[in-house]
Write a protein that binds this ligand. Structure first.
Ligand SMILES: [Zn+2]
Length: 345
């Protein structure tokens, strides 16, 4: 979580836009038709999407997948990835795994390897850095031209004073969480096109999300809402949903989810003018969408003593709390898909 600003420019090429238009117009192209430029990441093999004979139950699929999801959380927040600082080897390992998970879920890539690189410069630094967002698309069936962006940043702060900051809650939980949602939805037709985005460089000032909004691989005016997951593991029984104060038509959708959620879902932390630190509207990647006038729902937990400490480790995650939070996130995505519009743009 961070609050600083910066300008970032991504450089999607024309072919991405062409592929995107095809996806949005419901014509998902297979990855094989994508020619790789020299030096770009090798394309990931995409599993063919099987036509669903009987509609699978995504909530049951998520529950059945819990051991796999937890192993991904353990690995993404392991010392091996050295805190996933932007530009690091750990960051590269993390996004390769996330891209493979998107491929395993049958999602389409808009760029080779699902990777969208962008350049940025940190405040008070001269050196230009490269971040890489991992972005995948799932075409909709009912309203394919309308888009829900499901996001969670995968970077963390790396190593400080010789200590690895593994960021299990912040935000290995959200990055792994969105891949778990994608997998649970395999074979489930949704009305909306869903873009899954694992943003990079959130800890450097929401840079990946700002790069996405500055050079959107999907037209921004086709996006109905951003559902952002940042710190969704350490709930202690309460998960917050922010955004309804800015978009009141989201409130009944969230209240309905809260009535069915296995974890207590509280609406709030989004009131402008609230006491310092109480309004989370600007505290994670959803801010970039909010500033572009796009409604958002932010799912996250209260700060805990391990937040941005080297003790934010997998061992401190209660597996049932994390899986319950993901179930609430999946219920939210399904409810949005069913309920939109009324606030559709
Ligand atoms: Zn975070």
């Amino acid at each position: 979580m961070q609050t600083r600003h910066a300008s970032a420019r991504a450089h999607p090429d024309p072919a991405s836009a062409a592929l995107l238009r095809a996806v949005l117009l419901g014509g998902a192209l297979s990855l094989a038709s994508w020619a790789c430029a020299p030096g770009q990441a090798a394309p990931v093999q995409v599993a063919p999407v099987q036509a669903a004979r009987s509609q699978p139950d995504p909530l049951a699929a998520l529950a059945a997948d819990s051991a796999f999801v937890l192993e991904d959380l353990r690995w993404l927040s392991s010392d091996e990835l050295q805190g996933r600082a932007v530009g690091s080897e750990g960051s590269r390992l993390a996004r390769t795994r996330l891209a493979q998970r998107f491929a395993d879920a049958g999602l389409e890539a808009l760029a080779p390897g699902y990777e969208h690189a962008f350049r940025f410069t940190r405040r008070n630094e001269a050196e230009e850095r490269t971040g890489v967002n991992v972005v995948a698309v799932r075409p909709g069936t009912g309203r394919p031209g309308r888009v829900i962006v499901v996001s969670g940043h995968y970077d963390h702060v790396g190593v400080r004073d010789g200590e690895v900051y593994n960021g299990a809650d912040d935000n290995a939980s959200g990055a792994v969480g969105i891949t778990a949602l994608a997998r649970a939805l395999r074979g489930v037709p949704l009305r909306h096109t869903v873009v899954f985005a694992a943003f990079d460089a959130e800890e450097s000032g929401l840079r990946g999300a700002r790069a996405y909004v500055a050079e959107p691989p999907v037209p921004l005016d086709s996006v109905d809402v951003n559902l952002n997951l940042d710190m969704v593991a350490r709930t202690a029984g309460v998960l917050w949903a922010g955004g309804a104060s800015h978009t009141p038509t989201l409130r009944p959708i969230l209240e309905d989810v809260a009535s069915r959620s296995p974890v207590e879902l509280r609406l709030g932390h989004d009131r402008p003018g609230a006491p310092e630190g109480d309004d989370w509207t600007g505290q994670s990647d959803h801010r970039a969408f909010h500033e572009a006038g796009i409604p958002f729902i932010y799912l996250g937990v209260e700060d805990h003593p391990d937040y941005h400490h080297p003790t934010d480790d997998f061992e401190r995650v209660v597996p049932a709390e994390f899986m319950d939070a993901l179930r609430a996130a999946l219920l939210t995505l399904l409810a949005l898909d069913q309920a939109l519009p009324p606030s559709g743009r």
